[in-house]
Design a protein around this ligand. Structure first.
Ligand SMILES: [Zn+2]
Length: 107
């Protein structure tokens, strides 16, 4: 079976249409680390305990907070395709908490 691949336009991670239909302008997409944990992009502000620090190697992933599919930004930027890298549980547990904190901060 072929891996799932989302639709993406012009190597731009912000144009992903997730397999589940979600987009940036719908439920939003969140920058995450290699474990799928949303990263903190608040500059010099302290990182809330629920969020991951910005990865030092800049190896970022894009998390769909609706279905938990995660895409690797570097793959999208290099190939212009968006294969699903892995999937996380967004309904419960630490990633669900992190998503909540992420939206609170960006509200
Ligand atoms: Zn999705």
């Amino acid at each position: 079976m072929d891996a799932e691949t989302a639709t993406v336009v012009g190597h731009d991670v912000t144009t992903i249409t997730c397999i589940c239909g979600n987009t940036v302008s719908q439920d939003g997409l969140i920058q995450a680390n290699s474990q799928g944990v949303p990263v903190h992009a608040g500059g010099d502000l302290p990182v809330p305990p629920e969020l991951a620090a910005w990865p030092a190697d800049e190896d970022l992933f894009t998390l769909c907070p609706k279905c938990g599919r995660v895409y690797r930004d570097a793959v999208i930027e290099e190939t212009g395709t968006a294969p699903v890298a892995f999937r996380v549980d967004v309904a419960a547990g630490p990633i669900a908490d992190a998503i909540r904190v992420h939206w609170n901060l960006s509200a």
